[in-house]
Design a protein around this ligand. Structure first.
Ligand SMILES: C[S@@+](CC[C@H](N)C(=O)[O-])C[C@H]1O[C@@H](n2cnc3c(N)ncnc32)[C@H](O)[C@@H]1O
Length: 283
C-alpha cells in the first residue's frame, strides 16, 4: 500500500498562497504596513542615485510589483524625466496587477501585467528589458525553484540588461520574527527566502551587494498598528497581538526590541545586483 508523504508528514503550506490571499482588497492594510516599512525604500532612495541609473533605462520588468510602492516613492525624484520607462510587471495577486496598472506614476509607463507567479511564468523568446528588478518580493518564492526563478530574471535581462534585487538578510527582524511565529503557530510553513539565499542562487559572476540597516519603529502604545504590522509580516489575518504576546518565543522577540515608548525592530536589507547597475546607483 502506498501512503502519501503528505499524510505522514502533513502537507507543507507554501508561502505564496498565504501572501496572495493577503494581497487582496479588504484584507491588506497597506497604509498601516507602509507607515512602518516604507523606511526601507526611503533609505534606499536617499542612498542611491536612481535618477542616474534610470536615465539609461527604457524598459523595466518588475518581478513581484506588489502595490507599486517603490515606484510611487521614487517618482518625485524623477520629475525631470522627459521620457518614460515601459514597464511590464508580474505578481500572483490580481489586486496588485490592477493597482500597478492603474497607478504607476510617471516616468513608469505600465505596459503588460502578468497575473501569475514567477514559477509559472515563461519568458517569451526575445522578451528582454534594460532592467529587471525584484524589490522586497522574493520572500514567498518557492525555495526548491529559486535558482530556476532567478534564472528567468537573468533571461529577461538578456545580453544587455541588468538585475537588481532588494531583500532582507537572515538577521533581519522580519525573518527572525517569521521563524518564531511559524514554529509556534504554523509549523508546516517554510521560512521566507533570505537575501543570502537569493545572492547564492543568482550565482552570477558580477554579483555585488550593498548592505542597509534600518529600524522599523512602532509606538509602544499603538497596539493596532503593531498588530497590523505583525499580521502582514506573517500573512496571517487571524493572528492577534494577544496570542503573539502569550507565546513565549514571539513575546521574547518583541520584548527584546522594546525600548523607551516604542518598538525598534532592526532590519538588514541587501541590495544585490550586476556590477554595472550597482556602480550606476553609487554615483
Ligand atoms: C512586498 S511586495 C513587493 C513590493 C513591491 N516591489 C513594491 O514596490 O512595493 C511582495 C510581492 O511579491 C509577490 N509574490 C509573492 N510570491 C510570489 C511569487 N512566487 N512570484 C512572484 N511574486 C510573488 C506578492 O504578491 C507581493 O505583491
Amino acid at each position: 500500500m502506498i501512503i502519501s508523504a503528505s499524510i505522514i508528514c502533513g502537507a507543507m503550506e507554501a508561502n505564496e498562497p498565504r501572501s496572495t490571499r493577503f494581497y487582496a482588497p479588504g484584507v491588506i492594510d497597506a497604509d498601516a504596513w507602509f507607515r512602518v516599512a516604507a523606511s526601507d525604500y526611503l533609505q534606499l532612495i536617499s542612498a542611491c542615485n536612481f535618477p542616474r541609473l534610470l536615465a539609461g533605462v527604457n524598459s523595466l520588468f518588475d518581478a513581484g510589483c506588489g502595490l507599486g510602492k517603490f515606484p510611487s516613492l521614487l517618482a518625485p525624484s524623477l520629475e525631470d524625466f522627459s521620457g518614460s520607462i515601459d514597464c511590464d510587471f508580474l505578481d500572483p495577486s490580481a489586486h496588485c496587477i490592477d493597482r500597478f496598472a492603474r497607478s504607476a506614476p510617471h516616468p513608469f509607463a505600465p505596459r503588460q501585467g502578468f497575473a501569475t507567479t514567477i514559477e509559472a511564468f515563461t519568458p517569451q523568446p526575445g522578451q528582454s528589458y534594460d532592467l529587471v528588478w525584484a524589490l522586497q518580493s522574493i520572500y514567498a518564492w518557492d525555495r526548491e525553484r529559486l535558482a530556476a526563478s532567478l534564472a528567468k530574471l537573468r533571461m529577461l535581462a538578456g545580453e544587455r540588461g541588468g538585475i537588481l534585487v532588494f531583500q532582507a538578510a537572515r538577521s533581519a527582524f522580519y525573518h527572525r520574527f517569521y521563524n518564531a511565529y511559524r514554529i509556534a503557530f504554523s509549523p508546516r510553513t517554510p521560512a521566507y527566502i533570505t537575501a543570502e539565499e537569493a545572492c547564492d542562487a543568482l550565482g552570477f559572476d558580477a554579483c555585488q551587494t550593498r548592505i542597509f540597516h534600518v529600524d522599523h519603529v512602532i509606538p509602544a502604545g499603538d497596539r493596532a498598528l503593531l498588530e497590523a504590522y505583525l499580521r502582514q509580516l506573517c500573512f496571517d489575518t487571524g493572528i492577534t497581538l494577544k496570542a503573539i504576546e502569550e507565546c513565549p518565543a514571539t513575546a521574547a522577540l518583541l520584548d527584546r526590541h522594546r525600548g523607551e515608548g516604542e518598538y525598534r525592530l532592526p532590519q538588514e536589507v541587501w541590495l544585490i545586483g550586476d556590477g554595472n547597475i550597482l556602480d550606476a546607483l553609487a554615483g
